[in-house]
Design a protein around this ligand. Structure first.
Ligand SMILES: Nc1nc2c(c(=O)[nH]1)N[C@H]1C(S)=C(S)[C@@H](COP(=O)(O)OP(=O)(O)OC[C@H]3O[C@@H](n4cnc5c(=O)[nH]c(N)nc54)[C@H](O)[C@@H]3O)O[C@H]1N2
Ligand SMILES: Nc1nc2c(c(=O)[nH]1)N[C@H]1C(S)=C(S)[C@@H](COP(=O)(O)OP(=O)(O)OC[C@H]3O[C@@H](n4cnc5c(=O)[nH]c(N)nc54)[C@H](O)[C@@H]3O)O[C@H]1N2
Ligand code: SF4
Ligand SMILES: [Mo]
Length: 723
């Protein structure tokens, strides 16, 4: 069989065959130009391309992204398990096997016995096709995806407050004019380096406020009079937000007329923060009461109702990946509303979306309770409409499933799914309480993983299917601003790697749906646009023609009879997406981490990222230069803690939580609090951070509490000693 053919050809920009596309990794989706380089060290060469978000810049991962196309262990043929290893198989044999096993499991255990796990890195087209495949072909409620680990708390809070969730409600470049930007637990200097250009204006004005238990690279941007760093105790962001709102009320600095005109629920919120005076907050969050007051004054002075140039509140995973994540984001929204920021040009609120298509991934139906267009699978009218687009009766569609962590726990358990199809996630490294996840996968009767590389999760599969990756496929992605962008083919995929659209088409045909699953991304997009029509995430006015003509389109962009709808760069200028057009303010209170420090686990563990590695590391650990810069897992700790433990920098340290034990190298740095250690989660094996993390979840969003748990810390050689 020859290499895969992508249905839509590349958009050649020049005679050299260069192609305009975007980076495979994060939600900034930096613009790249790829030039085929036959015979070169990588199949294409990569250049940054001028674009409003990255302005030509790329980070180290972006510059080296082409190396992943031709890594030595790239999967180029289907693989079928044989004993402890795999043997190569033809597509026919692999698909025969999958059909036979899925049919057998369904016959014995019913439709609910098959589950699907998707990813926020999939194109809009693939995410849509996967959601449709689960509901129409497998008829299983059990589909969810890794966006649950990422954006679910921000999404739940935004949906509740505004009636819609689009990450940033404004173009990134708007940040340049702000007088104040409050960043709650995002480290974009490391996680999206080109983003930082848009903070230069606010830094010049001295208005950058970064809340992080570490003096992260982003917190350091506030040094030298550029702003403030509030070095909170882990898990106490909400306290900071409640105290700032308390100060604003006390000082008469809230935007009363905006609140009266555009919100409901303000009185209850006002009452709820009455008890959060700064001195009380200081005890909880460890930030000086005066610094909290100062932060409130900086934000107020920049806000439009005080005649300021504008203010923004941005949230990241540092605040959201908590068992109270939805409430914390709600507190941030309440503060933004009290300052009159959302829906005003030059001000705003927004979570910083993480994965390449973390936005589109949550709009087109991979989420357990959602159909395309960001609509509820429980809404009879929505079911009727989407089922109509899909050519099935509404009662053919299953009901809502369960969130990712709960789904992983249920795998192979009595009455739980017996088979799992994974598309775009490496859960044994990235899911919380990873040792339990590994056990759950082992309980399955049948595991299929689609991937480009043998990830740790793929290595546990019964069948691995080789897929195309970014430079080898056409599609669309939706970036952190809600801007829909084109991914374009620059090179053919190696061997027999196939697009997931083709795989889903073939499986659908075998399982009884010979039509309805197009392999052409442009056709899939047109269907997705139709399926989204009328929903909050309305793409019905967007087409490949418009995108390829160079139009900048942000959703919602409904279909229109007359002039094409221009899209919506700035949200809420005409009111919120609620029935009465007002934002809903909901009082929230702080309860702190579920797994709090105690005598046998006296140190907080917080987790996050380094510049060179992406997520579970499946891609970036295969790139030599990235690996050379960040070769192995580490534990960052304060010199005082290291001294107390008798640890030299570079020594091996052991961490133990209620869930597991890991060992990694100690990195000693005074940028972290004394009572806290930090670990990146990009590695598998003995230093895998998620063997320690807590799989408790937020009751509203299902978001796990990745960002904080309690650990004992000891030198790796001295078993039993604790800090
Ligand atoms: N290099 C790189 N870039 C990436 C990714 C990657 O894996 N690697 N992944 C992408 C994805 S999917 C995502 S979601 C984004 C994530 O982007 P970020 O949210 O910027 O990343 P994190 O490093 O997970 O967390 C940010 C910060 O939260 C801090 N933190 C820990 N606990 C707390 C707390 O209790 N409160 C507060 N306020 N802060 C806390 C950490 O110290 C860290 O500096 O990055 C995207 N970009
Ligand atoms: N402790 C801790 N854990 C965390 C976090 C944290 O901050 N702390 N952050 C969480 C967050 S925000 C996220 S987003 C998750 C992410 O963690 P994962 O869900 O594991 O994400 P990736 O590592 O990006 O895994 C993507 C996999 O899909 C493959 N892949 C890429 N593109 C495609 C495609 O188009 N099709 C298919 N089939 N495969 C593809 C890649 O090779 C890789 O193996 O990690 C979470 N885990
Ligand atoms: S910031 Fe994100 S999108 Fe930009 S080059 Fe780096 S990984 Fe790619
Ligand atoms: Mo993420």
């Amino acid at each position: 069989m020859s290499s895969t053919s992508n249905a839509t050809g590349p958009l050649a920009l020049s005679t050299s065959g260069s192609v305009a596309t975007h980076c495979p990794y994060c939600a900034l989706q930096c613009a790249q130009t790829l030039t085929p380089a036959p015979g070169g060290p990588t199949p294409v060469s990569v250049d940054g391309r001028a674009f409003p978000t990255n302005r030509g810049g790329l980070c180290q991962k972006g510059w080296t992204s082409a190396e992943v196309l031709s890594v030595q262990d790239r999967i180029t043929m289907p693989q079928i398990r044989e004993g402890d290893g795999f043997r190569e198989a033809s597509w026919r044999e692999a698909l025969d096997t999958i059909e036979f096993r899925l049919r057998g499991i369904q016959a014995v255990s019913g439709k609910d016995a098959i589950a699907v796990f998707g990813g926020g890195g999939l194109t809009n087209e693939k995410a849509y096709a996967l959601g449709k495949f689960a509901r129409v072909v497998l008829q299983t409620p059990y589909i969810d995806y890794n966006g649950r680990f990422c954006m679910s708390s921000a999404a739940a809070a935004s949906n509740r407050a505004f009636g819609v969730d689009r990450g940033l409600g404004f173009p990134l470049a708007d940040l340049n004019g702000a007088g104040a930007v409050l960043i709650m637990g995002s480290n974009m200097s490391v996680t999206m380096p080109p983003f930082v250009q848009h903070l230069s204006g606010v830094r010049e004005r001295g208005g950058l406020i970064v809340v992080d238990p570490r003096k992260s690279a982003t917190a350091q941007l506030a040094d030298g009079g550029k702003g403030m760093h509030l070095q909170i105790s882990p898990g106490t962001d909400m306290v900071v937000l409640l105290a700032i709102l308390h100060v604003l009320i006390h000082e008469g600095l809230v935007d009363e007329s905006y609140l009266a005109e555009h919100t409901n629920g303000w009185d209850d919120v006002k009452t709820s923060v009455a008890a959060w005076w700064p001195e009380r907050a200081e005890i909880e969050c460890g930030v000086d009461a005066d610094a909290l007051r100062q932060a409130a004054l900086v934000l107020a002075a920049a806000s439009p109702h005080q005649g300021g140039p504008g203010a923004y509140i941005l949230t990241g995973r540092g605040m959201e990946q908590m068992s109270q994540g939805t409430a914390a984001v709600t507190a941030a929204i309440n503060l933004a509303l009290a300052l009159g920021l959302p829906g005003r040009v030059g001000s705003g609120f927004g979570p910083v979306t993480g994965q390449g298509n973390g936005q589109g991934g949550r709009e087109h139906g991979q989420k357990a309770d959602q159909l395309p267009g960001y609509r509820s699978i429980s809404d009879p009218a929505v079911r009727e409409y989407v089922a109509g687009v899909w050519g099935v009766p509404a009662d053919h569609l299953p009901g809502p499933g369960i969130p990712a962590v709960q789904l992983l726990k249920k795998l192979g358990a009595p009455g739980g799914p017996r088979a799992l199809l994974v598309h775009g996630s490496n859960v044994v490294v990235s899911a919380p309480n990873a040792d339990d996840v590994r056990k759950a996968l082992a309980r399955l009767s049948f595991l299929v993983v689609c991937d480009m590389v043998p990830s740790e999760t793929a290595l546990l599969a019964d069948v691995i299917l080789p897929v195309t990756q970014w430079a080898e496929e056409d599609g669309t992605m939706t970036n952190l601003e809600g801007r829909v962008i084109r991914r374009r083919t620059a090179v053919a995929a190696p061997g027999e790697a196939r697009s997931e659209l083709w795989i889903l088409n073939r499986l659908a045909a075998r399982l009884g749906y010979p039509t309805g699953f197009s392999t052409d991304p442009q056709e899939v997009f047109a269907e997705l646009a139709l399926a989204s029509k009328g929903g909050p995430a309305d793409y019905s006015g967007i087409s490949y023609e418009r995108l390829d003509a160079g139009e900048e389109i942000f959703w919602p962009c409904p279909e229109s009879d007359g002039e094409p709808h221009p899209g919506t760069p700035r949200m809420f200028l005409d009111g919120f997406n609620t029935p009465d057009g007002r934002a809903r303010m909901v009082p929230v209170d702080h309860h702190g981490p579920a797994d709090d420090v105690r005598p046998d686990a006296p140190v907080y563990l917080i987790t996050g990222r380094v510049l060179q590695h992406y997520q579970s590391g499946a891609q970036t650990r295969r790139v030599d230069s990235l690996n050379a810069a960040q070769p192995s897992p580490y534990v960052e700790m304060h010199p005082l803690l290291a001294e107390r433990l008798g640890l030299e920098p570079g020594a091996m340290v052991e961490l133990e939580s209620a869930r597991g034990v890991i060992q990694a190298r100690a990195v000693v740095s005074d940028t972290i609090r004394h009572d806290t250690v930090f670990m990146p989660f990009h590695w598998a094996g003995a230093g895998s951070a998620n063997r320690l993390t807590n799989d408790v979840t937020d009751p509203t969003s299902g978001m796990p509490e990745y960002k904080v748990c309690a650990v004992a810390v000891r030198p790796a050689t001295r078993i039993g000693a604790t800090a």
